[in-house]
Design a protein around this ligand. Structure first.
Ligand SMILES: Cc1cc2nc3c(=O)[nH]c(=O)nc-3n(C[C@H](O)[C@H](O)[C@H](O)COP(=O)(O)O)c2cc1C
Length: 133
């Protein structure tokens, strides 16, 4: 699992979607690639430091979940797990994935975010279940 901030929620191809962007070096990407689904979990403010931890340490180097109070649980409609402490859970089935193409950047707003040329991979997931407030 990893912390994500960039993305969007909307309607596409007549389906509700959550869209995320993942850099190729993330360990989590290997799991997303192997699976046909992913979950997005939002947490109460008191877990901010835990989310920072999950967003700065890689699961390649340690069992970072063990350093948090988060409890894995089965999701209802997808195989990807969720977390009991989440206040909002979006269960998503992957619909579309594409590597960002730097030739398509129109201004330098986007290109200046990639000094290492580690362009994100974009995923659109159909929201098949949503729980929470
Ligand atoms: C607040 C926050 C938001 C982040 N958003 C993203 C994101 O949208 N996409 C991304 O690829 N990485 C994002 N990251 C970085 C990953 O969460 C971080 O590199 C993480 O350690 C990857 O873990 P992994 O290697 O176990 O997958 C974010 C980190 C933080 C702290």
């Amino acid at each position: 699992m990893m912390t994500v901030a960039w993305g969007s929620i909307g309607c596409m191809w007549n389906r509700p979607f959550a869209q995320i962007v993942v850099r190729p070096q993330r360990y989590t990407m290997e799991y997303i690639e192997r699976s046909d689904c992913f979950t997005l979990c939002a947490f109460p403010e008191k877990y901010k430091q835990n989310l920072l931890h999950l967003g700065t340490v890689s699961g390649r180097d340690c069992n970072k979940l063990a350093d948090t109070p988060f409890t894995l649980m089965a999701s209802s409609s997808v195989l990807s797990p969720s977390y009991e402490e989440a206040s909002l859970i979006l269960e998503c089935r992957k619909m579309y994935a594409q590597n960002m193409d730097p030739q398509c950047f129109i201004t330098d707003t986007a290109s200046k975010v990639y000094p290492e040329k580690d362009y994100h991979r974009i995923y659109f997931g159909e929201i098949v279940k949503a729980f929470g407030v």
